[in-house]
Design a protein around this ligand. Structure first.
Ligand SMILES: Nc1ncnc2c1ncn2[C@@H]1O[C@H](COP(=O)(O)OP(=O)(O)O)[C@@H](O)[C@H]1O
Ligand SMILES: [Mg+2]
Length: 343
């Protein structure tokens, strides 16, 4: 009898545990249920790639030439078969091939950051699977070199199966949150975390998850606060977040809109891609995020009130933004110089 009871009890406990886990992760189950049929329809994938490129042409003309998706051969494609242009290019984490092509890895990191910042903060239509195998790099046609004579990169986006749309409010709140994170604006961080649903009690945890930094680093006013290599105590604080705050993390994931969870996944992929190209996270990437998120917030203010005054205000703010970014670039440069001299 006892021999029989043990496996039955074990199965019941296991079943109870699985049910609890599924309850906690209901959002994940719902997400998978919604995404999988779309990912398996190749015509949806082809249409996503067209929409993505259209967005770059219309909303991000400054970098539209630098981002590319393979041409779709519609007459040879169905929902079960996708035929497209073959791309001769290096995988984004293939450092040697990228250097052989005459492209600087740092330029690729900047382009990747700018491309995804534009998608998140301005298009609200985001490729949510940007791992290294889905991103290729090739040089722009000859003749297009930067001021140091280096070849400029073009980023090729593959695998357009998993896209997420951010509605207007979520997109602007998310942009305002990243703007506040880059500029160490504690009030702005709290306000926008709360607007996104993290709540008064879990906003610091949300900021920590987004930046992978403890709260004291998140609000540190130094220009490189989001990239400085963490000390041992920072690392243990983060580890403590992960273990001690497991219930809060689960609660936070339950509260946030599902689309923001997909943005977290996207950020994670981008962090890994950038990590494979350069050893340390780049301050430049965060300045790009600061620029694009600020532009998105400014554009939203202008779109709500179209008058001569708001137009003038928009341009004044834009010039101030350029000035602020310029000062931050100089500060970064001075910091790097100081570090090089003390080595
Ligand atoms: N247009 C293309 N040109 C060159 N290589 C491609 C192209 N499309 C896909 N690939 C290669 O095939 C791999 C798998 O394609 P992908 O569209 O990402 O499918 P999956 O959904 O299986 O990841 C990519 O990682 C890339 O190496
Ligand atoms: Mg893929």
């Amino acid at each position: 009898m006892m021999q029989c009871l043990v496996p039955i009890c074990f199965t019941l406990v296991w079943f109870w545990f699985l049910t609890k886990l599924l309850e906690e992760c209901r959002w994940l189950v719902a997400e998978v249920r919604e995404s999988i049929p779309k990912e398996l329809d190749f015509l949806v994938e082809a249409k996503n790639s067209i929409k993505c490129m259209d967005n770059f042409r219309k909303l991000s003309p400054r970098i539209a030439d630098y981002v590319y998706a393979p041409r779709v051969y519609w007459n040879l494609s169905t929902s079960k078969l996708l035929t497209m242009e073959y791309m001769e290019a290096a995988q984004v984490n293939d450092l040697k091939s990228i250097q052989r092509l005459g492209i600087q890895p740092g330029d690729v990191v900047k382009l990747v950051s700018e491309t995804f910042a534009e998608m998140m903060f301005k298009h609200g239509f985001v490729h949510c699977d940007p791992h290294a195998a889905n991103l290729l790099v090739r040089p722009l046609p000859p003749g297009r070199r930067n001021i140091f004579g280096r070849r400029k990169p073009q980023l090729i986006l593959l695998d357009h199966g998993l896209y997420k749309e951010l509605d207007y409010n979520t997109r602007i709140n998310y942009a305002a949150l990243w703007k506040a994170l880059v500029y160490s604006d504690a009030d702005g961080i709290k306000e926008n975390c709360v607007k996104l649903g993290a709540g008064d009690d879990l906003y610091a945890l949300f900021a920590g998850i987004l930046t992978m930094r403890p709260w004291n680093k998140v609000i540190d006013p130094s220009v490189d606060h989001l990239v400085v290599k963490g000390t041992d105590s920072d690392r243990s604080e983060l580890q403590m977040y992960a273990s001690q705050y497991f219930p809060q993390i689960t609660e936070l994931l339950r509260r946030l809109p599902r689309v923001i969870l997909l943005m977290l996944k996207t950020n994670d992929c981008l962090r890994a891609v950038n990590g494979s190209l350069i050893q340390r996270p780049s301050v430049e990437s965060f300045l790009i995020i600061g620029r694009v998120s600020s532009e998105a917030v400014l554009e939203s203010v202008l779109s709500q009130k179209r008058s001569l005054l708001s137009w003038i205000n928009f341009w004044v703010q834009k010039i101030l933004l350029e000035g602020r970014l310029c000062v931050m670039h100089i500060a970064v440069w001075l910091l790097q110089l100081q570090k090089a001299l003390t080595l």
